[in-house]
Ligand binder design. Sequence first.
Ligand SMILES: Cc1cc2nc3c(=O)[nH]c(=O)nc-3n(C[C@H](O)[C@H](O)[C@H](O)COP(=O)(O)OP(=O)(O)OC[C@H]3O[C@@H](n4cnc5c(N)ncnc54)[C@H](O)[C@@H]3O)c2cc1C
Length: 381
Amino acid sequence: MSYPSTNKAAYDVAVVGTGIVGAACADEFTRRGLRVAVIGEDIVGSGATAAGMGHIVVMDDSQAQFALTRYSQQLWQELLPELPGPVEYEQCGTIWVAADEEEMIEVQRKHAYYGEREVPTQVLDAKELQSLEPNLRPGMAGGLLVPEDGVLYPPCAALFLMERAQARGAKLNLGIKVAQIGQGTVRLADGAEISAEIIVNTAGASSPDLTPGLDVKKRKGHLVITDRYPGFVRHQLVELGYLQSAHSMSGDSVAFNVQPRRTGQILIGSSRQYGAEHKEVDNAILVRMLQRAQEYMPGLSQMSTVRTWTGFRAATPDKLPLIGPCTGDKSAFLATGHEGLGITTSLGTARILADQITGTKPEIPVEPYLPSRRANEHMHA
Ligand SMILES: Cc1cc2nc3c(=O)[nH]c(=O)nc-3n(C[C@H](O)[C@H](O)[C@H](O)COP(=O)(O)OP(=O)(O)OC[C@H]3O[C@@H](n4cnc5c(N)ncnc54)[C@H](O)[C@@H]3O)c2cc1C
């Protein structure tokens, strides 16, 4: 297909959802000259985007996860000069904290993996870790510093991307629930319709409501923000056991994961729960999460907290997002299933989806993220 098209549809692309993935898609599609409509039931930067931590992080759970996170992080870095103040982008770096010598083996593995792929990292011994983060409990074995990781404030990042899209002509429709999508038509809850050659489902954890049969599950997370304690935490600090927590396919899990905000506040995470579909704070898991944080940083127990909230990650069985066409409807595309990495990977997602739509050669292989990958896996099994 070549775009912009001469098709009779009102738009080349309709984007459903105004979280960060929808905003990034609208931004990228308009940059490519496409006629774009965006429809969201809430404000820009809502959904998981309003709840997320905003850690822009390179991850190495799989080569595909690494490729998309690193590519996206580099796109964020390119965007840096244009990001307005409220986006609060800080390249504070991540320290993966090793509690004992066994975890130091993982530090060395990660260091080698990143080194082979040209991501700068530094192995820290116990003394170096203590001097970089003096409020960690004494006795930690060390850690891995990843200096190019950063943090930002997700709702304002989404707003920035959406405003750029609007400035290039995207038509934004807010406060409108989409009831159904398919065959080039977005059907709104009030019965109105919007026609587009391509419709992209970026509805996050609600995406299966619009694409029935989609294997995306809600994965609840809790976060707590403290009052202002400037300098108490200097890097995004994550325990090395975090991956185990993210990996667990059943049961609830918590991991030490804290972030310094530009305001001096400390954002404390994180928890993961399947099957908890209510928004309310779950006190039992909240207590577990805070206890875990205090095991690593005892001083957190003295701090006053300002707010606690929850959000829903959109989780796929293989922990990779779904980016590309759906089978059976040539107008239907997906950009969903980003679990705990959608703030980071929003920019890369938008790029490789726009590449697929416009027939441009992508800068990273797209096959691992194609929605059809599961059918292919079964064929080759
Ligand atoms: C606790 C927590 C911490 C996280 N921390 C990080 C982190 O540090 N780094 C990171 O990279 N990621 C993080 N994430 C993940 C990240 O927040 C998500 O992956 C990302 O926000 C997904 O964006 P999205 O646009 O796909 O979905 P969402 O932000 O959920 O947006 C979906 C949009 O679709 C709209 N919508 C849904 N249904 C309809 C409908 N029927 N009609 C119209 N509109 C509809 C919603 O209103 C919303 O605007 C975290 C998530 C959680 C919950």
